[in-house]
Design a protein around this ligand. Structure first.
Ligand code: UT7
Length: 326
């Protein structure tokens, strides 16, 4: 038995932060941001009373409505995020409470931009081994809550959003077929949030030193991302006997258009088969891949060979091969 994605939904907040808005806040320009990253605008959750779980709840509510199921039918709910509402309880718990998923259990999974991929792989085990029939995977991040809007090297990159998929059993050949995932904790020094955890608990000093914001040394991350995402995507194609022409869609994490282009070239996949919405959302961390699936859902056909790929903080990276099930 395989686990198959049987429904996709997502949510992005209404408020937009454009490149022109950012060029009034820091020393940057629309031209620099577009040519170096591919981003034009991002959605920002401005309401200070709302958090990651609110976006996740909207996405899962839409998912249940679309699939025609009641939230109480969900067995397990896993949320990939690096911006949980609180350190504990888990954002999954809060989402389940908000939507009335009264019979589910769940937890959060922390793997930064690879979070959705790692969570999807984890969730698929529960379905493929026959333990559960309805498992929801959420990728959600309120990146605006950890971005320093005076730092031009990071504030132009990120946006807020949430995506969700439902996994159900599939007896047919369609569903999740293979994955290759990696971690390298040596990458922590290049992309991390330095304080707020047990190493550097919140203090006046950590706040003054701006250590509760995303820290990124962009160049080494870029280098590792280009190689990591391209290699792991090529490897999964080789392992499954797929050529570029066999791949219906590449669904890459949306961190930088140049990283996506490098992956597409290495895989030998036509550019028009690559899902790219970075221009509208920026890097929404765990939400990029499910938001792509949502935006392209109407174009997907049963049996399509799809490769998902991500690279992110940690470092974490990976790819997944699936056959679209509906
Ligand atoms: O999703 C998680 C994983 N993250 C990633 O995959 C991100 C990987 N890294 C990147 O995408 C790129 O490294 C960035 C987009 C972050 C930066 O692009 P880059 O081409 O590597 O630029 P750079 O850091 O080498 O900076 C080039 C110049 C610098 O000026 P100098 O030192 O040459 O005078 C920067 O200060 O561009 C400057 N710069 C900016 N200029 C205008 C950096 N940010 C900006 C900005 N506007 N926003």
């Amino acid at each position: 038995m395989k686990a198959a994605i049987t429904c996709v939904a997502g949510y992005v907040p209404e408020d937009l932060l454009t490149n022109d808005d950012l060029s009034k806040m820091v020393d940057t320009s629309d031209e620099w941001i577009k040519t170096r990253t591919g981003i034009s605008e991002r959605h920002i959750l401005k309401d200070p009373t709302k958090a990651t779980s609110d976006m996740g709840a909207e996405a899962v509510k839409a998912l249940c409505e679309k699939r025609g199921i009641d939230p109480s039918e969900i067995d397990v709910l896993i949320t990939a995020t690096v911006t949980p509402d609180m350190l504990f309880p888990s954002t999954s718990n809060l989402i389940a409470h908000k939507i009335g998923a009264t019979k589910s259990w769940g937890f959060d999974l922390s793997a930064a931009c690879s979070g959705f991929l790692f969570a999807l792989t984890t969730a698929s085990q529960f379905v493929a081994n026959g333990t559960y029939k309805k498992v929801v995977v959420v990728g959600a991040d309120k990146m605006s809550s950890i971005v320093d809007y005076t730092d031009r090297t990071t504030c132009v990159l990120f946006g807020d959003g949430a995506g969700a998929v439902l996994l159900e059993p599939s007896e047919a050949e369609n569903g999740i077929i293979d994955h290759i995932h990696h971690c390298d904790g040596g990458g922590a020094e290049f992309l991390c949030m330095k304080a707020g955890g047990s190493l550097n608990p919140a203090s006046h000093e950590t706040v003054d030193a701006k250590q509760h914001f995303v820290f990124q040394d962009g160049k080494p991350v870029f280098k590792a991302a280009v190689t990591g995402m391209a290699d792991v995507s090529y490897e999964i194609m080789q392992r499954n006997g797929l050529k570029g022409k066999d791949v219906a869609w590449l669904v890459p994490h949306q961190a930088n258009l140049r990283i996506i282009d490098a992956t597409q070239r290495r895989m030998g996949v036509d550019p028009e088969k690559v899902m790219i919405n970075i221009q509208n959302y920026g890097n929404t961390t765990a939400a990029t891949i499910p938001l792509c699936l949502r935006d392209w859902e109407s174009q997907l056909k049963k049996g399509d060979n799809i490769i998902l790929a991500a690279f992110g903080g940690g470092f974490t990276w990976g790819s997944m091969y699936l056959k679209w099930a509906y």
